[in-house]
Each structure stands twice: as structure tokens, then as C-alpha cells.
Design a protein around this ligand. Structure first.
Ligand SMILES: CC(C)=CCC/C(C)=C/CC/C(C)=C/CC/C(C)=C/COP(=O)(O)OP(=O)(O)O
Length: 466
């Protein structure tokens, strides 16, 4: 990693005398519980069907064993001491509590918070200039660059962000860029050189930016975002943990292990996004149920990704990446001059040989790693894939329940991306489950057609029942 000078930025959380940017919010610090109760029960998960205990029906349902149709954690199967779902659910509760506190501030101190019915998340943000110069330009430039990267790497996603309010859009870009850079560490051209130590350094940088000491302009944008929205560091740390896992773990014994991996690399994105996307002020759903839906969307997307890329991940093959050829530091350490720098395409010989599918389920289906390396679509494979697709769809179903609870301006892009990603599963089916030699994708026409469908769903109001 390159050595360099940190951007010295002072956010409300941090106070340094040599601040380049000094910003304050008008937030008060009183945290009052809503209705004196730690959780509001949602319509989606009533207290009887969604106990706070980690062995909820929701979890049991999502853990449905594919081969037998029986629940994975039924009485006849030994229950692991603490399943991945339980561990992840603790994070969900923690994140939900943070946002709930934030909503309470909004509710209880609305004299000090932006009076914007469409925005129950963002705090009013009035910069106090302490060094005699405005630093908005620098910050705006940082956000603008994040937007460029986003547009370059994830065009559809970028278009979706244009439907959001300008403030939220910028925050989403900043989060996206950090996730992308993190992913590049283990998936980019420098992946062979990335050691656990490098990931430790990346995590230190993360801590620094959360404490108002960003290293470069992309970090500065995120540093600003996390000072403005109730975004917690934990999902970011967990994503880095996912990269550590990717470095050392080529196989997943069972779905429990895979679930944890999916949480690390994608469920975390859902948790990072909710505070920025915002929960509709009129929503009566519990904050944790919205977080659960966001987590489910990340998991669903990742499972879909895994199913789409089975052949690609398993075989050592040529694949295209969109990163600069220069060393890691030029991407993860320093700002690049323009978005074109990210567009350089190169083919490299990937070291892959990865199989993310649960080994026990493969064995139950009479399949082995060799079958995957051989890449032949057999009836056994089709039947195995049907089960995997079914599970991914269950996570999409779970996610769908939460979208209506999001802030109105965020619903359309989330619906659009959900519907589009979900269609990849249809495409795998249309390819007769050949995900060894064919890449499932959603064509432009279908993409275009899903936009009005997404819009129609987005205008649905959040749940009103208490
Ligand atoms: C549902 C509710 C309440 C909120 C939405 C919360 C959000 C935005 C969740 C989305 C989480 C997400 C986008 C996770 C990333 C998942 C993923 C597998 C992305 C794939 O990234 P690439 O590898 O770039 O994909 P492609 O290869 O398809 O381009």
C-alpha cells in the first residue's frame, strides 16, 4: 500500500485543530426510546411468528433443507451451537437499534433536524468553515469521482441511484466505491499479492476514516457519509472479514458456512445501505424487519451470483476485469485522475478452482467437485440447481417484504435491482441449468421492461398497521 498523507478532515465525531474540512451538524444527542419499548413489532413478523430469539420461524424457513424439504434445523438434526444466522441476526439487531435511535432523534428533536418528510434519515448538514475556505468543492469533487467510478463499474446500479435524492445518491456512491475497492483487493489483478496483512491495513484505514481521518478522496467521501447517516462500522469490518475468508477458504461445508460468507460479502451491503436509503417516515414496520429484508436481498443477490458463476469460478480461465493495471495503491491508495483510468480492461489468467456450493448438498445430490470441473449438465445437476434456485428465490421473497418500507425515493431503484437480479435465476433455468458454459444474463429489453414494473411496485405505500 502506498504511503501518503492522510486527508485531514474533521467531522462532528472528531476534532482536530488542523482540519481541512470542519463540519458540524445540528443533531442533538438525546436518544429516547420510541414508546419506551426497544422494538416495534412489524406486521410482517408478528411477535408470535418472529420471536427475538434467534431460532425464529423466519430463520427456520430460510434454512429449509433442499434435498428433503425438511427444515435443516429440525429436531432430528443436531443444532449447531450458534448458527451463522444467529450470529448475523445479532448484527441486524445492532444496526436496527442504531437507526431506530436516529429516527427517535428525528421524532423527538425535530426542531434541530431537517423538516423533510421524505427524509427521515439524513441529518441537517450545515458545514462550519473553520479555516476560512470552503471545502465543499473538495468534498463535492470526491463524491463526483465516486459517482464516476460507480457509473463506470455498475451502469445499471448507477442509473438507479439517479432516482434517489442527490444527498442519498452521493452517500450510496461513496459506500459503493468502498465496497468495490474492498472487493478488488481479492478479485482484482493484485489479488495474488494480497495478504491478510494487507487486509489488516485496509481495515485500519477504515477505522481511520470512520474517525474522521480519511486517507484519500474516496475515503473522504465515505468519511463524510458515515458522519451524516447512522452507518455503523461493523458491516464494513465484516465485509473485510469476507475477503479474508475468500483468501483462505475454497470450499463451504454446508449452507451455514455459505450463509456467513454471503452475509460478509453482500448482506453487509444491505445493512450499510438502509441508513442511507432511509425508512419511510410513515412505515410502521419494525426497523429490524427492514434490516432483515435488506440482509435477505444481499444474500439473495450473492446466492444468485454464485449460481450464475459456477463455471467461471471453478475453472482457471480468462476473465475480464475493469481495473487499472497499475499496483493496488493507485486504486486503493490514491485518487486517480478520471474515470477512464478505471476502464482499462485486461485479461488475466485467474487462479480459481473455487466452488461456493455447499459440499454436503452436492454430496446428497450425488455430485462431486469433479462433476463441476467436468461441467456436464446432467439430471442430477438440474435437480440440484432447482433446489439452489428455490432457496435463492426464498431470500428474494423475504427481501421483497421490506422494500415498501423504504423511503419513497429509494424504493424504485431497489425494486429495479431486485427484479433484475432475480431474473438471472430465470435465465439460468432458460439455459437448462447450464451455468458451466453459458453466462445467465438479463437482456436490455427485459431490463427496460422491468423499470415500469419496479415503478409500479415502488409507489405502493409502506405498511400502516402498528
Ligand atoms: C430490501 C431493502 C429493505 C433494502 C435494500 C438494501 C440493499 C440495497 C441491498 C442490496 C445489497 C447488494 C447490492 C449486495 C451486493 C450483492 C452482489 C452479489 C453484487 C454483485 O456485484 P458484482 O459482482 O459487481 O455483480 P455483477 O457481476 O452482476 O455485475
Amino acid at each position: 500500500m502506498s504511503s501518503g498523507v492522510h486527508w485531514v478532515v474533521c467531522w462532528p465525531k472528531e476534532n482536530t485543530s488542523h482540519a481541512l474540512l470542519s463540519l458540524t451538524t445540528t443533531t442533538t444527542t438525546t436518544f429516547l426510546p420510541r414508546n419506551g419499548s426497544p422494538f416495534r413489532r412489524s406486521k410482517m413478523y408478528s411477535s408470535s411468528s418472529f420471536p427475538s430469539s434467534s431460532s425464529s420461524k423466519l430463520k427456520l424457513r430460510l434454512s429449509t433443507s433442499l434435498s428433503t424439504g425438511a427444515l435443516a434445523y429440525s429436531g432430528t438434526v443436531a443444532t449447531p451451537a450458534r448458527s451463522s444466522e444467529e450470529k448475523v441476526y445479532e448484527v441486524v439487531l445492532k444496526q436496527a437499534a442504531l437507526v431506530r435511535e436516529h429516527r427517535n432523534i428525528y421524532d423527538n428533536n425535530n426542531n434541530n433536524i431537517t423538516q423533510n418528510q421524505n427524509d427521515s434519515t439524513a441529518l441537517d448538514f450545515n458545514p462550519t468553515i473553520t479555516d476560512g475556505t470552503t471545502n465543499w468543492d473538495l468534498l463535492n469533487d470526491a463524491y463526483f469521482r465516486c459517482g464516476e467510478v460507480c457509473a463506470e463499474y455498475a451502469k445499471t446500479f448507477y442509473l438507479g441511484t439517479l432516482l434517489m435524492t442527490p444527498e442519498r445518491r452521493k452517500a450510496v456512491w461513496a459506500i459503493y466505491v468502498w465496497c468495490r475497492r474492498t472487493d478488488e483487493l481479492v478479485d482484482g489483478p493484485n489479488a495474488p499479492h494480497i495478504t491478510p496483512k494487507a487486509l489488516d491495513r485496509w481495515e485500519q484505514r477504515l477505522t481511520d476514516l470512520f474517525e474522521g481521518r480519511p486517507f484519500d478522496m474516496y475515503d473522504a467521501a465515505l468519511s463524510h457519509t458515515v458522519s451524516k447517516y447512522p452507518v455503523d462500522i461493523q458491516p464494513f469490518r465484516d465485509m473485510i472479514e469476507g475477503m479474508r475468508l475468500d483468501l483462505r477458504k475454497p470450499r463451504y461445508k454446508n449452507f451455514d458456512e455459505l450463509y456467513l460468507y454471503c452475509y460478509y460479502v453482500a448482506g453487509t451491503v444491505g445493512l450499510m445501505s438502509v441508513p442511507v436509503m432511509g425508512i419511510a417516515p410513515e412505515s410502521k414496520a419494525s426497523t429490524e424487519s427492514v434490516y432483515n429484508a435488506a440482509l435477505a436481498l444481499g444474500i439473495a443477490n450473492q446466492l444468485t451470483n454464485i449460481l450464475r458463476d459456477v463455471g467461471e469460478e471453478a475453472s482457471p480461465m480468462q476473465y475480464k476485469i475493469n481495473v487499472p493495471i497499475s499496483d493496488f495503491s493507485s486504486w486503493a491508495g490514491k485518487p486517480l485522475s478520471n474515470a477512464a483510468s478505471f476502464g482499462a480492461k485486461l485479461d488475466i489468467n485467474a487462479r480459481r478452482g473455487r466452488i461456493y456450493l455447499p459440499q454436503d448438498e452436492l454430496a446428497q445430490a450425488g455430485l462431486s467437485d469433479e462433476d463441476i470441473f467436468r461441467g456436464k449438465v446432467t439430471d442430477k445437476w438440474r435437480s440440484f440447481m432447482k433446489g439452489q434456485i428455490k432457496r435463492a428465490r426464498m431470500f428474494f421473497d423475504e427481501a421483497e417484504k421490506g422494500v415498501a418500507e423504504l423511503n419513497s425515493a429509494s424504493r424504485w431503484p431497489v425494486w429495479a435491482s431486485l427484479l433484475l437480479y432475480r431474473k438471472i435465476l430465470d435465465s439460468i433455468e432458460a439455459n437448462d441449468y447450464d451455468n458451466f458454459t453459458k453466462r445467465a444474463y438479463v437482456g436490455k429489453a427485459k431490463k427496460f421492461l422491468s423499470l415500469p414494473v419496479a415503478y409500479a411496485r415502488a409507489v405502493m405505500r409502506p405498511s400502516q398497521a402498528a
